[in-house]
Design a protein around this ligand. Structure first.
Ligand code: 1CP
Length: 409
Protein backbone atom coordinates (compact mmCIF):
# COMPACT_ATOMS: atom_id res chain seq x y z
CA UNK A 1 0.00 0.00 0.00
CA UNK A 2 1.36 3.44 -0.81
CA UNK A 3 0.25 7.03 -1.11
CA UNK A 4 0.85 8.69 -4.46
CA UNK A 5 0.40 12.26 -5.82
CA UNK A 6 -1.41 11.99 -9.13
CA UNK A 7 0.13 13.03 -12.47
CA UNK A 8 -1.94 15.52 -14.52
CA UNK A 9 -3.49 12.91 -16.82
CA UNK A 10 -4.69 10.81 -13.94
CA UNK A 11 -6.10 13.86 -12.23
CA UNK A 12 -8.21 14.57 -15.34
CA UNK A 13 -9.23 10.95 -15.48
CA UNK A 14 -10.24 11.06 -11.85
CA UNK A 15 -12.18 14.27 -12.28
CA UNK A 16 -14.13 12.69 -15.15
CA UNK A 17 -14.74 9.67 -12.98
CA UNK A 18 -15.65 11.93 -10.10
CA UNK A 19 -18.38 13.59 -12.16
CA UNK A 20 -19.67 10.15 -13.08
CA UNK A 21 -19.70 8.92 -9.52
CA UNK A 22 -21.18 12.18 -8.30
CA UNK A 23 -24.10 12.00 -10.66
CA UNK A 24 -24.65 8.43 -9.59
CA UNK A 25 -24.30 9.41 -5.98
CA UNK A 26 -26.76 12.29 -6.21
CA UNK A 27 -29.27 9.70 -7.25
CA UNK A 28 -28.26 6.80 -5.09
CA UNK A 29 -25.75 7.54 -2.43
CA UNK A 30 -24.62 10.76 -0.82
CA UNK A 31 -21.71 9.01 0.85
CA UNK A 32 -19.88 8.19 -2.36
CA UNK A 33 -19.97 11.88 -3.22
CA UNK A 34 -18.47 12.83 0.11
CA UNK A 35 -15.66 10.32 -0.17
CA UNK A 36 -14.57 11.24 -3.67
CA UNK A 37 -14.69 14.92 -2.80
CA UNK A 38 -12.35 14.22 0.11
CA UNK A 39 -9.85 12.46 -2.13
CA UNK A 40 -9.78 15.27 -4.61
CA UNK A 41 -9.38 17.97 -2.00
CA UNK A 42 -6.33 16.12 -0.75
CA UNK A 43 -5.01 15.79 -4.32
CA UNK A 44 -3.92 12.32 -3.37
CA UNK A 45 -5.53 8.96 -3.68
CA UNK A 46 -4.72 5.84 -1.85
CA UNK A 47 -3.67 3.38 -4.43
CA UNK A 48 -3.38 -0.34 -4.27
CA UNK A 49 -0.06 -1.45 -5.67
CA UNK A 50 -1.67 -4.35 -7.51
CA UNK A 51 -0.52 -3.40 -10.99
CA UNK A 52 2.69 -1.72 -10.03
CA UNK A 53 3.38 1.87 -9.04
CA UNK A 54 4.13 3.18 -12.52
CA UNK A 55 1.42 1.75 -14.76
CA UNK A 56 -1.38 0.58 -12.63
CA UNK A 57 -3.71 2.78 -10.75
CA UNK A 58 -6.45 0.78 -9.17
CA UNK A 59 -7.90 3.17 -6.71
CA UNK A 60 -9.78 2.50 -3.62
CA UNK A 61 -13.35 3.02 -4.79
CA UNK A 62 -16.00 4.34 -2.46
CA UNK A 63 -17.37 1.45 -0.47
CA UNK A 64 -21.01 1.18 0.28
CA UNK A 65 -21.60 1.09 4.01
CA UNK A 66 -22.91 -2.34 4.91
CA UNK A 67 -24.11 -1.22 8.34
CA UNK A 68 -25.44 2.32 8.21
CA UNK A 69 -27.72 2.18 11.27
CA UNK A 70 -25.81 4.94 13.07
CA UNK A 71 -25.84 7.29 10.08
CA UNK A 72 -29.53 6.67 9.51
CA UNK A 73 -30.48 7.48 13.09
CA UNK A 74 -28.37 10.63 12.93
CA UNK A 75 -30.22 11.65 9.77
CA UNK A 76 -33.53 11.15 11.56
CA UNK A 77 -34.52 8.04 9.59
CA UNK A 78 -36.43 5.07 10.98
CA UNK A 79 -34.39 1.97 11.76
CA UNK A 80 -35.39 -1.51 12.93
CA UNK A 81 -33.28 -1.27 16.11
CA UNK A 82 -30.93 1.28 17.66
CA UNK A 83 -27.24 1.12 16.72
CA UNK A 84 -24.88 0.33 19.59
CA UNK A 85 -21.29 1.33 20.35
CA UNK A 86 -19.43 2.09 23.58
CA UNK A 87 -17.42 5.14 24.54
CA UNK A 88 -13.90 3.83 25.28
CA UNK A 89 -14.72 0.54 23.51
CA UNK A 90 -11.06 0.35 22.49
CA UNK A 91 -8.99 -0.09 25.59
CA UNK A 92 -8.25 -2.17 28.58
CA UNK A 93 -11.48 -4.20 28.60
CA UNK A 94 -10.03 -6.15 25.65
CA UNK A 95 -7.14 -8.58 26.22
CA UNK A 96 -5.92 -7.92 22.66
CA UNK A 97 -5.64 -4.19 23.52
CA UNK A 98 -3.55 -4.98 26.59
CA UNK A 99 -1.22 -7.08 24.42
CA UNK A 100 -0.91 -4.32 21.80
CA UNK A 101 -0.23 -1.68 24.46
CA UNK A 102 2.50 -3.89 25.95
CA UNK A 103 4.06 -4.21 22.49
CA UNK A 104 3.87 -0.42 22.00
CA UNK A 105 5.50 0.21 25.38
CA UNK A 106 3.16 3.07 26.28
CA UNK A 107 -0.22 4.55 25.50
CA UNK A 108 1.36 7.59 23.83
CA UNK A 109 3.45 5.42 21.47
CA UNK A 110 0.30 3.50 20.58
CA UNK A 111 -1.57 6.70 19.72
CA UNK A 112 1.29 8.14 17.65
CA UNK A 113 1.86 5.16 15.36
CA UNK A 114 -0.98 4.96 12.80
CA UNK A 115 -0.51 1.22 12.25
CA UNK A 116 -1.05 0.50 15.98
CA UNK A 117 -3.79 3.10 16.43
CA UNK A 118 -5.66 1.54 13.49
CA UNK A 119 -5.36 -1.91 15.01
CA UNK A 120 -6.65 -0.69 18.40
CA UNK A 121 -9.61 0.95 16.61
CA UNK A 122 -10.55 -2.25 14.79
CA UNK A 123 -10.22 -4.58 17.78
CA UNK A 124 -13.65 -3.77 19.31
CA UNK A 125 -15.33 -3.86 15.88
CA UNK A 126 -14.12 -7.42 15.50
CA UNK A 127 -14.38 -8.63 19.11
CA UNK A 128 -17.59 -6.89 20.17
CA UNK A 129 -19.29 -6.45 16.77
CA UNK A 130 -20.42 -2.94 17.60
CA UNK A 131 -22.19 -0.80 15.00
CA UNK A 132 -19.46 1.89 14.80
CA UNK A 133 -15.72 2.29 15.12
CA UNK A 134 -14.19 5.25 17.00
CA UNK A 135 -10.68 6.28 16.11
CA UNK A 136 -8.16 5.28 18.76
CA UNK A 137 -6.61 8.51 20.00
CA UNK A 138 -7.11 10.90 22.88
CA UNK A 139 -8.59 14.35 23.42
CA UNK A 140 -5.20 15.42 24.82
CA UNK A 141 -3.44 15.34 21.44
CA UNK A 142 -4.95 18.79 20.75
CA UNK A 143 -3.31 20.62 23.70
CA UNK A 144 -0.11 18.81 22.73
CA UNK A 145 -0.33 20.10 19.15
CA UNK A 146 -0.92 23.59 20.57
CA UNK A 147 2.35 23.39 22.45
CA UNK A 148 1.59 21.63 25.75
CA UNK A 149 2.90 18.05 25.68
CA UNK A 150 1.24 15.53 27.99
CA UNK A 151 2.40 12.39 29.74
CA UNK A 152 0.33 9.53 31.08
CA UNK A 153 1.24 8.40 34.54
CA UNK A 154 0.32 4.80 35.40
CA UNK A 155 -2.53 4.58 37.98
CA UNK A 156 -2.82 8.36 37.98
CA UNK A 157 -3.82 9.60 34.53
CA UNK A 158 -2.69 12.39 32.23
CA UNK A 159 -0.41 15.23 33.35
CA UNK A 160 0.85 18.36 31.59
CA UNK A 161 4.26 19.52 32.88
CA UNK A 162 3.63 22.95 31.32
CA UNK A 163 0.27 24.72 31.87
CA UNK A 164 -1.42 28.02 31.01
CA UNK A 165 -1.09 30.70 33.70
CA UNK A 166 -0.82 34.06 31.95
CA UNK A 167 -1.64 36.06 28.87
CA UNK A 168 1.90 35.38 27.59
CA UNK A 169 1.24 31.62 27.88
CA UNK A 170 -1.95 31.92 25.80
CA UNK A 171 -0.22 34.09 23.20
CA UNK A 172 2.62 31.58 22.87
CA UNK A 173 0.25 28.75 21.86
CA UNK A 174 0.17 27.42 18.32
CA UNK A 175 -3.43 27.28 17.12
CA UNK A 176 -5.80 26.78 14.19
CA UNK A 177 -4.62 24.88 11.15
CA UNK A 178 -0.96 25.23 12.13
CA UNK A 179 -1.68 23.14 15.23
CA UNK A 180 -3.99 20.74 13.37
CA UNK A 181 -1.27 20.06 10.78
CA UNK A 182 0.85 18.56 13.53
CA UNK A 183 -1.64 15.72 14.02
CA UNK A 184 -0.91 13.92 10.77
CA UNK A 185 -0.59 10.61 12.63
CA UNK A 186 -4.31 10.78 13.52
CA UNK A 187 -5.28 11.41 9.88
CA UNK A 188 -3.09 8.54 8.70
CA UNK A 189 -4.71 6.24 11.26
CA UNK A 190 -8.19 7.31 10.06
CA UNK A 191 -7.25 6.54 6.44
CA UNK A 192 -5.92 3.13 7.41
CA UNK A 193 -9.03 2.31 9.42
CA UNK A 194 -11.36 3.32 6.58
CA UNK A 195 -9.48 1.02 4.20
CA UNK A 196 -9.54 -1.87 6.63
CA UNK A 197 -13.15 -1.40 7.63
CA UNK A 198 -14.08 -1.64 3.95
CA UNK A 199 -17.52 -0.24 4.73
CA UNK A 200 -18.38 -2.66 7.56
CA UNK A 201 -19.42 0.11 9.98
CA UNK A 202 -19.05 3.92 10.05
CA UNK A 203 -15.99 5.54 11.59
CA UNK A 204 -16.33 8.19 14.31
CA UNK A 205 -13.73 10.94 14.73
CA UNK A 206 -13.66 13.07 17.88
CA UNK A 207 -12.13 15.84 19.91
CA UNK A 208 -12.49 17.29 23.40
CA UNK A 209 -14.90 20.23 23.67
CA UNK A 210 -13.14 23.56 24.30
CA UNK A 211 -14.10 23.82 28.00
CA UNK A 212 -12.77 20.30 28.78
CA UNK A 213 -9.48 20.93 26.95
CA UNK A 214 -9.22 24.31 28.74
CA UNK A 215 -9.48 22.41 32.06
CA UNK A 216 -6.47 20.20 31.23
CA UNK A 217 -4.46 23.12 29.83
CA UNK A 218 -4.97 25.26 32.95
CA UNK A 219 -5.08 22.55 35.65
CA UNK A 220 -2.38 20.36 34.12
CA UNK A 221 -4.36 17.23 35.07
CA UNK A 222 -7.82 15.97 36.02
CA UNK A 223 -9.29 17.47 39.18
CA UNK A 224 -12.22 17.08 41.59
CA UNK A 225 -13.00 20.80 41.72
CA UNK A 226 -11.33 22.32 38.64
CA UNK A 227 -10.73 25.33 40.85
CA UNK A 228 -7.72 26.64 38.89
CA UNK A 229 -9.59 26.45 35.59
CA UNK A 230 -12.72 27.99 37.12
CA UNK A 231 -10.68 30.70 38.86
CA UNK A 232 -9.54 31.89 35.43
CA UNK A 233 -13.18 32.15 34.26
CA UNK A 234 -14.05 34.36 37.24
CA UNK A 235 -10.81 36.36 37.55
CA UNK A 236 -9.69 36.76 33.94
CA UNK A 237 -12.78 36.16 31.80
CA UNK A 238 -11.29 37.88 28.75
CA UNK A 239 -8.18 35.75 28.84
CA UNK A 240 -10.35 32.65 29.32
CA UNK A 241 -12.39 33.56 26.24
CA UNK A 242 -9.20 34.08 24.25
CA UNK A 243 -7.91 30.65 25.20
CA UNK A 244 -11.29 29.01 24.51
CA UNK A 245 -11.39 30.70 21.10
CA UNK A 246 -7.92 29.45 20.21
CA UNK A 247 -8.88 25.91 21.22
CA UNK A 248 -12.07 26.23 19.14
CA UNK A 249 -10.17 27.32 16.02
CA UNK A 250 -7.83 24.37 16.49
CA UNK A 251 -10.70 21.93 17.02
CA UNK A 252 -12.43 23.11 13.85
CA UNK A 253 -9.27 22.70 11.76
CA UNK A 254 -8.59 19.33 13.39
CA UNK A 255 -12.10 17.98 12.79
CA UNK A 256 -12.10 19.21 9.18
CA UNK A 257 -8.92 17.26 8.59
CA UNK A 258 -10.41 14.22 10.31
CA UNK A 259 -13.37 14.34 7.91
CA UNK A 260 -11.02 14.69 4.92
CA UNK A 261 -9.16 11.61 6.19
CA UNK A 262 -12.32 9.52 6.45
CA UNK A 263 -14.26 10.29 9.67
CA UNK A 264 -17.97 9.86 8.90
CA UNK A 265 -19.40 11.08 12.22
CA UNK A 266 -17.84 13.42 14.81
CA UNK A 267 -18.28 13.40 18.57
CA UNK A 268 -17.35 16.23 20.94
CA UNK A 269 -16.50 15.10 24.48
CA UNK A 270 -17.26 17.75 27.11
CA UNK A 271 -16.27 15.51 30.00
CA UNK A 272 -16.03 18.28 32.61
CA UNK A 273 -19.22 20.13 31.66
CA UNK A 274 -20.75 19.22 35.03
CA UNK A 275 -18.13 21.30 36.88
CA UNK A 276 -19.80 24.53 35.74
CA UNK A 277 -22.93 26.33 36.90
CA UNK A 278 -25.63 26.71 34.22
CA UNK A 279 -24.95 30.38 33.50
CA UNK A 280 -21.16 29.83 33.44
CA UNK A 281 -21.60 26.90 31.06
CA UNK A 282 -23.81 29.09 28.88
CA UNK A 283 -21.12 31.78 28.75
CA UNK A 284 -17.89 29.78 28.49
CA UNK A 285 -18.82 26.47 26.87
CA UNK A 286 -21.98 26.62 24.73
CA UNK A 287 -20.87 29.39 22.30
CA UNK A 288 -17.70 27.47 21.40
CA UNK A 289 -19.56 24.18 20.90
CA UNK A 290 -22.01 26.15 18.72
CA UNK A 291 -19.16 27.44 16.53
CA UNK A 292 -17.87 23.91 15.99
CA UNK A 293 -21.29 22.41 15.26
CA UNK A 294 -22.24 25.31 12.97
CA UNK A 295 -19.06 24.98 10.92
CA UNK A 296 -19.15 21.21 10.50
CA UNK A 297 -22.80 20.14 10.58
CA UNK A 298 -23.13 20.48 6.80
CA UNK A 299 -20.29 17.98 6.28
CA UNK A 300 -20.95 15.10 8.68
CA UNK A 301 -23.33 14.38 11.55
CA UNK A 302 -22.18 15.54 14.99
CA UNK A 303 -22.82 14.12 18.46
CA UNK A 304 -22.24 16.34 21.51
CA UNK A 305 -21.67 14.54 24.82
CA UNK A 306 -21.53 16.95 27.76
CA UNK A 307 -21.15 14.87 30.90
CA UNK A 308 -23.03 16.17 33.92
CA UNK A 309 -24.69 18.96 31.92
CA UNK A 310 -28.35 17.91 32.31
CA UNK A 311 -29.03 21.59 33.05
CA UNK A 312 -27.73 22.62 29.63
CA UNK A 313 -29.55 20.12 27.40
CA UNK A 314 -31.90 22.74 25.94
CA UNK A 315 -28.99 25.15 25.30
CA UNK A 316 -26.99 22.38 23.67
CA UNK A 317 -29.97 21.37 21.51
CA UNK A 318 -30.03 24.97 20.24
CA UNK A 319 -26.54 24.48 18.82
CA UNK A 320 -28.24 21.97 16.45
CA UNK A 321 -26.11 18.82 16.74
CA UNK A 322 -27.53 15.63 15.20
CA UNK A 323 -27.41 13.84 18.56
CA UNK A 324 -26.81 14.61 22.22
CA UNK A 325 -25.05 12.11 24.48
CA UNK A 326 -26.50 11.61 27.96
CA UNK A 327 -24.87 10.40 31.14
CA UNK A 328 -26.75 8.10 33.51
CA UNK A 329 -28.09 10.87 35.75
CA UNK A 330 -30.72 11.89 33.19
CA UNK A 331 -33.95 10.10 32.34
CA UNK A 332 -34.74 9.76 28.62
CA UNK A 333 -38.12 11.42 29.26
CA UNK A 334 -36.49 14.48 30.85
CA UNK A 335 -33.96 14.72 28.02
CA UNK A 336 -36.73 14.58 25.39
CA UNK A 337 -38.64 17.41 27.03
CA UNK A 338 -35.46 19.51 26.91
CA UNK A 339 -34.29 18.78 23.36
CA UNK A 340 -37.54 18.23 21.43
CA UNK A 341 -38.42 15.37 19.07
CA UNK A 342 -35.83 15.82 16.29
CA UNK A 343 -32.39 15.33 17.84
CA UNK A 344 -31.25 11.75 18.45
CA UNK A 345 -30.28 10.81 22.03
CA UNK A 346 -27.26 8.67 22.83
CA UNK A 347 -26.61 6.75 26.05
CA UNK A 348 -27.03 6.19 28.87
CA UNK A 349 -26.74 3.02 30.95
CA UNK A 350 -24.58 3.49 34.03
CA UNK A 351 -21.22 1.85 33.12
CA UNK A 352 -21.28 0.20 36.58
CA UNK A 353 -24.46 -1.70 35.61
CA UNK A 354 -22.16 -3.94 33.53
CA UNK A 355 -20.55 -5.28 36.71
CA UNK A 356 -23.80 -7.18 37.46
CA UNK A 357 -24.64 -10.72 36.35
CA UNK A 358 -25.36 -10.93 32.59
CA UNK A 359 -29.12 -11.62 33.20
CA UNK A 360 -29.33 -8.37 35.17
CA UNK A 361 -27.44 -6.53 32.44
CA UNK A 362 -29.97 -7.80 29.89
CA UNK A 363 -32.86 -6.55 32.07
CA UNK A 364 -31.28 -3.13 32.63
CA UNK A 365 -30.48 -2.74 28.92
CA UNK A 366 -34.03 -3.64 27.87
CA UNK A 367 -35.39 -1.12 30.33
CA UNK A 368 -33.10 1.53 28.87
CA UNK A 369 -34.23 0.69 25.32
CA UNK A 370 -37.90 0.83 26.33
CA UNK A 371 -37.52 4.24 27.95
CA UNK A 372 -35.69 5.81 25.01
CA UNK A 373 -37.87 4.47 22.19
CA UNK A 374 -36.91 5.67 18.70
CA UNK A 375 -34.18 8.21 17.73
CA UNK A 376 -31.77 6.47 20.07
CA UNK A 377 -28.15 5.37 19.86
CA UNK A 378 -27.47 2.75 22.54
CA UNK A 379 -24.36 3.47 24.58
CA UNK A 380 -23.26 3.82 28.19
CA UNK A 381 -23.54 7.05 30.17
CA UNK A 382 -19.74 7.38 30.10
CA UNK A 383 -16.73 5.41 28.87
CA UNK A 384 -16.66 1.72 29.77
CA UNK A 385 -14.45 1.18 32.85
CA UNK A 386 -11.26 -0.85 32.23
CA UNK A 387 -12.13 -3.59 34.77
CA UNK A 388 -15.62 -4.24 33.39
CA UNK A 389 -16.25 -7.99 32.88
CA UNK A 390 -16.50 -8.84 29.19
CA UNK A 391 -19.68 -10.92 29.83
CA UNK A 392 -21.42 -7.72 30.91
CA UNK A 393 -20.23 -5.88 27.80
CA UNK A 394 -21.41 -8.71 25.51
CA UNK A 395 -24.77 -8.93 27.29
CA UNK A 396 -25.31 -5.18 26.76
CA UNK A 397 -24.42 -5.25 23.07
CA UNK A 398 -26.29 -8.46 22.28
CA UNK A 399 -29.46 -7.22 23.97
CA UNK A 400 -29.48 -4.13 21.75
CA UNK A 401 -28.73 -6.15 18.63
CA UNK A 402 -31.70 -8.47 19.04
CA UNK A 403 -34.10 -5.66 20.02
CA UNK A 404 -36.69 -4.73 17.39
CA UNK A 405 -38.83 -1.60 17.64
CA UNK A 406 -41.59 -3.47 15.79
CA UNK A 407 -41.93 -5.86 18.77
CA UNK A 408 -42.14 -3.09 21.35
CA UNK A 409 -44.57 -0.47 20.07
O1 1CP B 1 -3.92 2.17 28.11
C1 1CP B 1 -4.21 3.02 28.98
O2 1CP B 1 -4.11 2.82 30.18
C2 1CP B 1 -4.65 4.36 28.55
C3 1CP B 1 -6.06 4.64 28.91
C4 1CP B 1 -6.62 5.55 27.86
C5 1CP B 1 -7.32 5.15 26.71
C6 1CP B 1 -7.65 3.75 26.26
C7 1CP B 1 -6.51 6.97 27.82
C8 1CP B 1 -5.79 7.86 28.75
N1 1CP B 1 -7.14 7.42 26.67
C9 1CP B 1 -7.64 6.34 25.97
C10 1CP B 1 -8.31 6.39 24.67
C11 1CP B 1 -9.41 7.35 24.49
N2 1CP B 1 -9.60 8.52 25.15
C12 1CP B 1 -10.40 7.23 23.51
C13 1CP B 1 -10.35 6.08 22.48
C14 1CP B 1 -11.44 5.73 21.66
C15 1CP B 1 -12.51 4.89 22.35
O3 1CP B 1 -13.43 5.48 22.93
O4 1CP B 1 -12.47 3.65 22.23
C16 1CP B 1 -11.27 8.34 23.66
C17 1CP B 1 -12.53 8.67 22.89
C18 1CP B 1 -10.74 9.14 24.69
C19 1CP B 1 -11.31 10.42 25.10
C20 1CP B 1 -10.86 11.01 26.38
N3 1CP B 1 -9.60 11.09 26.92
C21 1CP B 1 -11.72 11.74 27.25
C22 1CP B 1 -13.18 11.99 26.96
C23 1CP B 1 -14.02 10.83 27.37
C24 1CP B 1 -14.13 10.60 28.84
O5 1CP B 1 -13.68 9.55 29.29
O6 1CP B 1 -14.68 11.49 29.54
C25 1CP B 1 -10.97 12.20 28.34
C26 1CP B 1 -11.46 13.02 29.52
C27 1CP B 1 -9.62 11.79 28.12
C28 1CP B 1 -8.46 12.08 28.97
C29 1CP B 1 -7.85 10.81 29.41
N4 1CP B 1 -6.99 10.08 28.66
C30 1CP B 1 -6.65 8.92 29.32
C31 1CP B 1 -7.35 8.92 30.56
C32 1CP B 1 -7.26 7.84 31.58
C33 1CP B 1 -8.12 10.10 30.59
C34 1CP B 1 -9.10 10.54 31.69
C35 1CP B 1 -8.30 11.05 32.82
C36 1CP B 1 -9.02 11.92 33.79
O7 1CP B 1 -9.99 11.43 34.40
O8 1CP B 1 -8.63 13.10 33.90
Amino acid sequence: MFSYTLPKFSQQFLIAHYILICSRSVLFNGLAHLEVRCWLSQKRVNCFGVLGRRYGLAYHCSMELQNDLLLRVLKGEQVPRPPVWLMRQAGRILPEYRALRAEAGSFINLVRRPEWAAEATLQPVEALEVDAAIIFSDILVVPEAMGLPYELIEQHGPRFPKTIRSEADVRALIFGDEAAQRLSYVYEALQLVRQRLAGRVPLIGFCGAPWTLFCYMVEGQGSKTFSKAKAMLYRQPELAHELLQRITHTNIAYLRRQVAAGAQVLQLFDSWAGALAPQTYQEFAVPYIAQIVDTLRGEVPLIVFAKGAWFALAQLANTRPHALGLDWTVTPAFARTQVGPKIALQGNLDPCALYAQPEQVVRATREMLRHFGIRHIANLGHGVYPDTPLEGVYAFIETVKVWRYSHHT
